[in-house]
Design a protein around this ligand. Structure first.
Ligand code: KMH
Ligand code: ZN
Length: 273
C-alpha cells in the first residue's frame, strides 16, 4: 500500500466566518492555514479563494496572489477548484487554470447540492477537461454519486478526459451519495472494474469525514480532510483549524502503519511531473 496522501480543502465556497469563525478567508489567512495543514501532514491543498468581502471568487488575480503566498511558506501540491461556488459561470470556473497549478478538479456530473443545483452537464465537463489538458494540469475527478463513474467511463472511452488522473469520492453532500463503508466499497469496486489500480481518495462531508478517512486508510485509498467538508472535530465541538483535522487523520495513518506521504512522495505516487 502506498503511504497516505492527505488533501486539505481549507476554505471551500459554502462556509462563512459567521458559520465557522476560524475559516481562512484573506490571502494571508489561507496561506497560513495551508502551511499549518502541510506541517500536520497534508501534501495537497484543495484551493478555493475569497474576494475582499469574503465571498467565493474565481478571480485569476486572487488565485495568483494566494498561490504565491502559499508557495512562499511551504512546498505543496496546489489543486485549484474548478467547481467554484454553486452557480458560478463555467468560463470563470476554469479561468484560474491558466496559472498552471499542479492539479485541478473536474466534477463528473450535475447534482442537487443542498438547496441548489451544482451544474456539470456534458458540455461543462468537456470545457473544464479541455482547459485542464491545455494547461497541463493533472485532473482530480470529483465523483459525488455512483452514476458519475459511468460518466467517467463514457468520457474516457471517447477520449474527452485525460488518461492520467486521480479520483476523489465526495460523499455525504445532501443530494449526493451517502458516505457509509458500503457506499465507499461499492464505488471503489466499480472504479477498479473500469480502471484497475486507479488511485482514489475520499472526502466525507460532515459526520462522514472521520469514518470515511479511517475506511480509506484501511482500504489503500487516500483522504481529503478539512473545513470545506466538515467543521466539527467531534459532535458538538467545532474544529479549531484545518490542521487539527489533518493531524488526527495523519496520526491514525501513522499508528495503523500506513504512513503519511510527504509532498515529494505524494508527487511520486500520483505520477505528477
Ligand atoms: N463548492 C461546490 C459547489 C470543487 O471544488 O471542485 C463544488 C466544489 C467542487 O467545491
Ligand atoms: Zn472544493
Amino acid at each position: 500500500m502506498d503511504k497516505l496522501i492527505i488533501s486539505a480543502p481549507i476554505v471551500g465556497a459554502e462556509h462563512t466566518k459567521e458559520t465557522y469563525p476560524h475559516l481562512p478567508v484573506t490571502p494571508d489567512e489561507i496561506a497560513i492555514a495551508a502551511e499549518e495543514s502541510v506541517k500536520a501532514g497534508a501534501s495537497i491543498i484543495h484551493l478555493h479563494v475569497r474576494d475582499k468581502a469574503g465571498n467565493p471568487t474565481q478571480d485569476i488575480a486572487v488565485f495568483e496572489e494566494v498561490t504565491k503566498k502559499i508557495k512562499d511558506r511551504c512546498d505543496c501540491i496546489v489543486q485549484y477548484s474548478t467547481g467554484g461556488a454553486v452557480g458560478t459561470d463555467v468560463k470563470l470556473r476554469y479561468a484560474p487554470l491558466s496559472l498552471k497549478p499542479e492539479m485541478g478538479t473536474l466534477s463528473m456530473g450535475t447534482m442537487n447540492f443542498g438547496a441548489d443545483v451544482f451544474e456539470n452537464d456534458n458540455h461543462i465537463i468537456t470545457s473544464i477537461s479541455k482547459a485542464l489538458q491545455e494547461n497541463g494540469v493533472m485532473a482530480e475527478l470529483e465523483v459525488f454519486d455512483y452514476g458519475m463513474l459511468e460518466t467517467m467511463e463514457k468520457f474516457l472511452k471517447k477520449g474527452l478526459i485525460p488518461e492520467h488522473f486521480h479520483v476523489d469520492f465526495v460523499l455525504g453532500v445532501p443530494g449526493g451519495m451517502m458516505g457509509t463503508a458500503r457506499d465507499l466499497v461499492m464505488l471503489v469496486d466499480r472504479l477498479h472494474m473500469i480502471r484497475p489500480g486507479q488511485s482514489w481518495a475520499v472526502a466525507g462531508i460532515g459526520r462522514f469525514q472521520l469514518p470515511l478517512a479511517m475506511h480509506a486508510i484501511a482500504m489503500g485509498g487516500h483522504v481529503r480532510v478539512g473545513v470545506e467538508d466538515n467543521i466539527y472535530f467531534r459532535k458538538g465541538e467545532m474544529a479549531t483549524s484545518n490542521a487539527q483535522l489533518v493531524a488526527r487523520v495523519a496520526e491514525i495513518a501513522r499508528v495503523s502503519d500506513r504512513g503519511v506521504a510527504t509532498v515529494e512522495e505524494a508527487r511520486q505516487i500520483l505520477k505528477l511531473k
